[in-house]
Design a protein around this ligand. Sequence first.
Ligand SMILES: Cc1cc2nc3c(=O)[nH]c(=O)nc-3n(C[C@H](O)[C@H](O)[C@H](O)COP(=O)(O)OP(=O)(O)OC[C@H]3O[C@@H](n4cnc5c(N)ncnc54)[C@H](O)[C@@H]3O)c2cc1C
Length: 387
Amino acid sequence: MQTSAPSDHDELRDALRALCQEFPSDYHREHASKDIYPEDFINALTRDGWLAAMIPEEYGGSGLGLTEASIVMEEINRSGGNAGHCHGQMYNMGTLLRHGSEEQKRAYLPGIASGDLRLQSMAVTEPTTGTDTTKLKTTAMRKGDRYIVNGQKVWISRIQHSDLMILLARTTPLPEVKRKSEGMSIFIVDLKDALGNGMEISPIKNMVGHETNEVFFDNLEIPAENLIGEEGKGFRYILDGLNAERTLIAAECIGDGYWFLERATQYANERIVFDRPIGQNQGVQFPLAKAYVNVEAANLMRFEACRRFDAGEACGAQANMAKLLAADASWEAANACLQTHGGFGFAEEYDIERKFKETRLYQVAPISTNLILSYVAEHILGLPRSF
Ligand SMILES: Cc1cc2nc3c(=O)[nH]c(=O)nc-3n(C[C@H](O)[C@H](O)[C@H](O)COP(=O)(O)OP(=O)(O)OC[C@H]3O[C@@H](n4cnc5c(N)ncnc54)[C@H](O)[C@@H]3O)c2cc1C
């Protein structure tokens, strides 16, 4: 399928496609239907260094830009896989890279680059406060050379396949800070030490077979040296990482969008009903053509967000818009693909119902579409803050 993607990454795409072909649809289908983490696939991506794309060479990574990293995510989803099982490893390290001390970077980044250490988890969301992050209730109180953590998180992904987790917790009570965004801090949690010693998890079975958990902290002790950056500035540090996260998720949606359109056009050309291919009917063609137009438009915004990010320019607007456009376009393509397949779209062996559910997630996580629209309204259009 022809796309508007620049052609100067063909070699990168070819290498990824070769790897992804070793894990065909039935591999992903089987793992998803049994809720099993696709360990071999993620190990292969790690072994070949793809998930360390954005770690600078001096710390053992490939030192590539967001453009290339986004192509990795796109190709995983375009091949029929689900980058949601590993995208954390690609972007969580950015927080450490930007705000960690040199000692922390030397301690963790080379291991993350080689895949010996997995930093796949980030714990922000809480059950009672949701998107209203600054009201989060998990606390980390300094006591000598340690912080003591109490509270609860929800939807914290990939803990079972991670060695380290970034935790956002309040270190100064809300009534004592001037601005509600102040007084929160981020920490590196060594999961091996924490689990069973003040941190418990309970998996949440969910629609997309995503490995995700409720997390409970009961006097978890974290060494003070695991604080990243300055105490009290953690919320800003998390926000700093969001542009990369939004853009990488946009690329996953674009990969999904092309996957749905490739499947749908192939089926529409082959399926004969009323003595002609169903794709000859405009009622079948137009939803696919419209979805294609929207995936292509989203793709342009995604590459513009990448270009700005890699050039060190402000890209908050483009990253958010790319995420919204791409999530909407992949969802539109998913619907058109399912409809094109008629009843067969519901059969597990066609993979469409699986990918349909997987791409639906991106209307909600890691940020819901409403919250992106609020960002655009307030920060780009200059309308009053709505919450
Ligand atoms: C599979 C999965 C994996 C996840 N992984 C992680 C993870 O690893 N780490 C992590 O920290 N979190 C994770 N999350 C959480 C995710 O980021 C949140 O679910 C998401 O940000 C939405 O928050 P919420 O679920 O609390 O919804 P809520 O904040 O309760 O919102 C519910 C609905 O109300 C809407 N809404 C709320 N306020 C407004 C408003 N002011 N204006 C308009 N609409 C509004 C929202 O758009 C949403 O549709 C994951 C979630 C899922 C489902």
